[in-house]
Design a protein around this ligand. Structure first.
Ligand SMILES: [Zn+2]
Length: 388
């Protein structure tokens, strides 16, 4: 079992080994014929309902009580002057999966996120057009992950420049194009084997969750024409101010979740679109090869000293205030605390990554899949302590 998880993750996500897989027999057509599209992913997503707006936020004068549109899979709500948040509820459908939003000034608008499908990006554009007819200056992918970028082609088809961290296009190509047309068994086989070979019920559950997540990704990647950002943002040149006409957004980059993370801030109104640097009321997704636990915790420390009235639009979960940052910091503290005890007791990382116990206070926090959240958080912490 040594390091099978990380090997599988590498196969599924870095795509490095998929060139050879691509040359194997082509059976995607029969796979799609046998599998109801997105079925497995939907089964996973159904476990993740989005909570209602917290009482403090429902009474925040910036936040509108009623969404301007609610399609179940996502709703769009006014959260400031010219500012809107798109909040997804994957339990009701996977058109968008992640959160986003838009900023509409007098002269132009900035869209946030490409979402999981072009229909998701179109949904958000329709919402913008309900409140403003200004030209769209750009659409920003907060990072390269599939649920934030697979709908990009909608923007491309509509002549909207696609903004993202300078390495986002390459990361999308490296990670997702090898899956397109790849043999399903070659991609999922190692994960299925992990389920079969699991040494305990816990390991089997973790492996099954990972299999569901990768199955969903494989299906979405194969149903998508990738749209690559054509407006690369050099992180060395940030922060960068964008004047939308009476509304100024500041684009910044922070380490932590993916190595391509960009946030959009509106300092005048204390509102921040964080992308996946904030999972609100969720366990954080840490699997990315460029994710850094210490870097992410430092980033959250910086967010924690933003104005106390700051409103955060997270990458996943409900809109929140500083309490959302505090909760995620506590989750990281708890994972690190349990991992450190195991590290000091000599428990190997491969075992420690399965042994974490979810405390009562976080038992309602969705875990996207163990091998994408808690597992890699622990192995990355071990690696940091070992000075790797
Ligand atoms: Zn992400």
């Amino acid at each position: 079992m040594v390091d099978v998880t990380s090997k599988v993750r590498k196969v599924a996500y870095t795509g490095r080994n998929l060139q050879s897989i691509n040359s194997l027999s082509f059976s995607r057509r029969s796979f799609l014929a046998k599998t109801s599209c997105f079925g497995t992913f939907y089964a996973l997503a159904k476990l993740i309902p989005v909570p209602a707006l917290a009482a403090e936020l429902a009474s925040d004068s910036r936040v509108s009580q009623t969404p301007i549109v609610d399609k179940g899979f996502a709703s769009v709500r006014k959260i400031g002057s010219g500012l809107y948040a798109t909040i997804s509820d994957p339990s009701k459908g996977i058109t968008t999966i992640c959160n986003g939003g838009f900023l509409a000034g007098k002269d132009g608008a900035l869209m946030i996120e490409g979402f999981a499908t072009p229909a998701g990006a179109a949904f958000q554009m329709d919402a913008l057009r309900m409140v403003s007819q200004v030209p769209v200056k750009g659409a920003l992918d907060t990072h390269y992950h599939f649920d934030h970028s697979m709908g990009n082609s909608f923007y491309g088809a509509n002549g909207v420049p696609l903004w993202a961290h300078a390495t986002t296009a390459k990361r999308m190509v490296d990670n997702y194009s090898p899956m397109q047309g790849a043999d399903k068994e070659a991609v999922l086989g190692p994960l299925e084997k992990r389920v079969r070979d699991a040494k305990s019920d816990i390991e089997r559950q973790h492996a099954q969750g990972d299999l569901n997540a990768v199955t969903g990704l494989f299906q979405i990647a194969n149903a998508t024409v990738l749209g690559l950002p054509n407006h690369p943002i050099d992180p060395a040149k940030l922060p960068m101010s964008i004047d939308l006409g009476g509304l100024t957004a500041v684009i910044e980059s922070y380490p932590g979740h993916s190595g391509t993370d960009i946030v959009a801030r509106v300092p005048d109104q204390n509102i921040v679109y964080t992308g996946d640097l904030l999972f609100s009321g969720w366990y954080p997704v840490c699997f990315d090869e460029k994710a850094t636990i210490s870097g992410w915790r430092d980033t959250l420390k910086k967010f924690a000293v933003f104005d106390k009235d700051t409103l955060f639009v997270p990458g996943h979960g409900q809109i929140c205030g500083q309490e959302g940052i505090a909760a995620l910091r506590e989750v990281f503290d708890d994972i690190a605390g349990q991992a450190e005890k195991m590290y000091k007791a000599g428990v190997p990382a491969e075992e420690a990554q399965h042994r974490y116990l979810v405390p009562d206070k976080f038992k309602n926090f969705p875990i996207y899949a163990w091998g994408f959240t808690i597992g890699p958080a622990i192995t990355k912490l071990y690696a940091e302590w070992q000075g790797k």
